[in-house]
Design a binder for this molecule. Sequence first.
Ligand code: F6R
Length: 579
Amino acid sequence: MCGIVGYIGRRDATPVLIQGLKRLEYRGYDSFGIATVGSAIGVYKKTGRISEGEAGAADLHGYAGIGHTRWATHGEPSDTNAHPHTDCEKKIAVVHNGIIENYSELKRQLEGRGHIFRSETDTEVIAHLIEEHYDGDLLAAVNATLPLLKGSYAVLAIAENTQRIVAARDASPLVLGVGDAEIFAASDMTPLLEYTERVIFLEDGDVADITPDRFTVYHEGRVVERPVELIDWCVEDTRKGGFAHYMLKEIYEQPQSFYETIRAGIDDRVRQMVMEAGEITLVACGTSYHTALAFKYMAESLCSIPVRVELGSEFKYFTPPLRGLVIAVSQSGETADTIAALKMAKARNCPTLAITNMQGSTVTRVADETLLMRAGPEIGVAATKSYTAQLAALMQIVNLRCEGAFDDALSHAHLAIGDILLQDVHEAVALCSKADHVFFVGRGPFYPVSMEGALKMKEISYVHAEGYAAGELKHGPFALLTEETPVVAVCTPGPTYGVMASNIKEMKARKAPIIALGVAGDTELAEIVDIFIPIPNTHLLVQVLTASIVLQLLAYHTACALQRDVDKPRNLAKSVTVE
Ligand code: F6R
């Protein structure tokens, strides 16, 4: 939520900041702004998308600057509430990702001391507090301010006549990029890929004093060394590459991202951890929660490991008794609720593993070990290739516990994924794009696949969708079935085939149009449903993948048919760093 970027060096900061913000726009896109520093601070900020408002920033110049793209928390999206925020005299500017929980109290005190506030944001208190402590030494003023803040922050601050940026992080991500006589700062690595592959992931409590050719990191007042790491993503990975949307590109990248994640394997330390686990608890949110649920079905039925799956947001307040390995599943590695749950598991002395796509992200710092997915940057807000890469990581754990029983299925899965991308879904799209409500149903691992199908549908097409265990529909939701309520049912061979077929007939009897995903050649199923979408008759694990991808395509094309903003759906942001 919210992306911040900073630059100091030999280039004009404005284009670097604007380009960097565009790369971070998936973190929030209701407004944006930049501030540059020369003899004075220049600020430009605007409601709406960067591409629509960036021209207005062209008059700002400087060799240092900071920028922000916003997902509103305190105060509606507006030009005034957009960051950067400045002090009374406009001599100091700050951008901030996170939430200052005690901002009301601080604001009251500051107003009592004569400070004039312009915005409704929590962030503005930071600018005024720095102002109170500023006597020409920005680092000292920031250091004096930070202990007064309660909450979470990644902050960048600049001051007039000062060729430096002071950066600080606590519970919000912040990465430095080291170039040749230039230094970058950003919420994640994506804005840095164009300029450098050398990055430093700051730790909670770090404060960095940054000038063009030098940076010093302090922790609790002492200088500390943070390792320079190399990023293995490249800038081409972040381009749309001729596709209409990032989401479509990312859907099409799945054969490769799945294959790469399988190929990378599991290192010895993670192997040992997985093999020693008597029970496994997974904590996750959203799409990652669905992959965790799919894992539960696969692990419990295929290799008899007891698995519990918890939503990060619930776990924190209602922590269950814990035994065994705790796995945090998070594409971004920065989801606040998942991190909080992971920290609680650590506090209870459980071994912890992070499954994430983001090298250096917070979950990798908190967990004992990391299993890194190899999906590459995912820019579309809706998770697609990260979802199947999470499945790749989790399926490897199942395979490991089953002594390699699924080696063959996993090493060939990318081929089936490639084939399913060619599946035509236009008839189903025509039905869904006319509907107000769509149900997605399945049994066993296809229940979480259905939940994920419904989540994709609602988040990008805004068509209301519910994912249900197929047997549950008649315990209430049947009341909603009409000839205008399509049901998407996943029905493949296996122990539940017969009962799924009966459920489909019951739904048909209530006049609901049925879109069924079944294995190619299943004419019996094809005859009883309205639209039949074949998936390859492969191993169960591979069917989980191919069925999921059909549902991604269905959501994507429905959203396009309804002319939605597919890559940036309304009200959302990709990385949910607030609780
Ligand atoms: C939906 C989606 C979200 C995320 C959720 C958790 O397409 O992307 O539901 O899955 O916000 O995010 P991560 O995996 O980054 O923890």
